[in-house]
Design a protein around this ligand. Structure first.
Ligand SMILES: Nc1ncnc2c1ncn2[C@@H]1O[C@H](COP(=O)(O)OP(=O)(O)O)[C@@H](O)[C@H]1O
Ligand SMILES: [Mg+2]
Length: 412
């Protein structure tokens, strides 16, 4: 066995050192069943609409500046995980510096201890060598597997996997391998899929369970989702959180597109069973209902755009504004507000039920102008609720006020 020496050539004790080749998965488990346990991230657009599970995989593609990094940092701060491994791969150095300066200050709300104590950061910024960049992502995954073998819930984040793929490309070109599409290595899809396959929910030999949930960002050049990295990732990752330039331009953060994004876990029967016990029985139907309302709102919006405000019935405006309420109150979330940045699932359930009640009510208006004015008042009250501690006096007062406004125009 090789010995470790310090800079003066003195031998170091090796008892604390574990050696493992990073491209070889650690398979210290008995079984890798399908994951099904909801992983709370505190981000409403994820938990309520397209949830991810413990041991699941997902990716966040989006053009530059749409909020990939902010979203990942938000998830890393508040997700229900024992260990968070962040691979900062090939992005700007100042973002990593932020992590290092911010995390030692922040408290983990679940344990009351410093976030840094459960966070591992593998930093490999854009000015570092490409070979190290390739290794950084594998190193992060291997560390994750190490902790998963100890029956812990690991959340692994990589920002960005496109930079990692670019490192693979440069290495492959220098080795004079036959290039594939866009000069990426021919086996890029296989490399990406075997990497994502290392995540997962495992039954360990001692009967305990462990998991690695993996979320990677993809930064496709020019926002083109048809390029090889996005396409290969789409085939393997089970959740897709597409960031939309249009939403980011409108400051509708997080800019996750509610219509294009998906979570394949919603189709797992074992997941449905889990959430109906954990959240509520009809939860998934309600989620679908919210999505339908958003889709209907989008359609109406396009019709209004074409036909003009008074070219459509007043009801169309009502439907559009109902979807706006869901957009403002569930989808949009301020990553920099102390209360709003993280919403526990119980609170998400409460709000979704309240919103669906509103959307299933009928309202009467004389003209379309009244509709916008009225619903803006409603949105404002809901927003104040989002910014207040759940079930605090302030929260309850805003809710009372809101219910009064709703009663003004609601018809039985
Ligand atoms: N959830 C959010 N709340 C408020 N502002 C946000 C949010 N997400 C992104 N932003 C804004 O967008 C900017 C760019 O986000 P960033 O995550 O760095 O983009 P990307 O990593 O996609 O290039 C941030 O500096 C911030 O001002
Ligand atoms: Mg970024």
């Amino acid at each position: 066995m090789a010995t470790l020496v310090d800079s003066k050539g003195k031998e170091l004790p090796v008892t604390m050192v574990q050696r493992w080749p990073v491209k070889v998965p650690i398979k210290a488990y008995k079984e890798k069943p399908r994951p099904y346990k909801l992983l709370e991230t505190g981000v409403r657009t994820i938990d309520t609409l397209n949830p991810i599970v413990e041991g699941g995989t997902g990716f966040i593609p989006g053009p530059f500046g749409c909020g990939k990094t902010v979203l990942q940092h938000a998830i890393s701060k508040q997700a229900e995980a024992d260990i968070v491994v962040v691979a900062a791969c090939g992005e700007r150095a100042n973002e990593v510096v932020e992590l290092f300066t911010e995390y030692p200050e922040l408290e983990d709300t679940r344990t009351g201890r410093k976030l840094m104590e459960r966070t591992i950061i593998i930093a490999n910024t854009s000015n570092m060598p490409v070979a190290a960049r390739e290794a950084s992502v594998y190193t992060a995954m291997t560390i994750g597997e190490y902790y998963r073998s100890m029956a812990l819930r690991v959340l692994m984040l990589a920002d960005s996997t496109s930079r990692w793929a670019q490192a693979l490309r440069e290495m492959s070109n220098r080795l004079e391998e036959l290039p594939g599409p866009d000069a990426f290595p021919m086996d890029l899809p296989a490399i990406i899929s075997s990497f994502y396959a290392r995540a997962g929910y495992t039954l360990l030999n001692n009967g305990e369970t462990g998991s690695i949930t993996f979320l990677g960002t993809v930064s496709p050049a020019g926002g083109n989702l048809k390029e090889p990295v996005t396409e290969s990732t789409k085939k393997v990752a089970r959740c897709f959180y597409g960031l939309s330039q249009q939403r980011a331009d409108g400051k509708r953060y997080p800019a996750v597109d509610p219509i294009d994004s998906y979570s394949k876990y919603l189709e797992y029967p074992e997941f449905a069973e889990y959430v109906s016990a954990k959240i509520e029985e009809e939860w998934l139907e309600k989620v679908n209902e919210a999505k339908t309302l958003l889709l209907r709102g989008k359609e109406v919006y396009e019709q209004i755009n074409i036909l003009g405000d008074d070219g459509v019935p007043v009801d169309y405006h009502v439907n559009y504004w109902k979807s706006e309420v869901i957009d403002f109150i569930i989808l949009q979330q301020d990553a920099f507000d102390k209360v709003d940045q993280s919403t526990p699932v119980e609170r998400q359930r409460y709000m979704l039920n309240h919103l669906l009640d509103l959307c299933n009510s009928n309202f009467e208006f004389d003209n379309f102008n009244e509709v916008g004015i009225y619903f803006k008042r409603i949105i404002n009250q809901y927003k104040q609720m989002n910014y207040s501690e759940f079930e605090s006096e302030k929260f309850n007062n805003f809710e009372k006020e809101l219910n009064k406004i709703i009663a003004e125009r609601k018809v039985a």
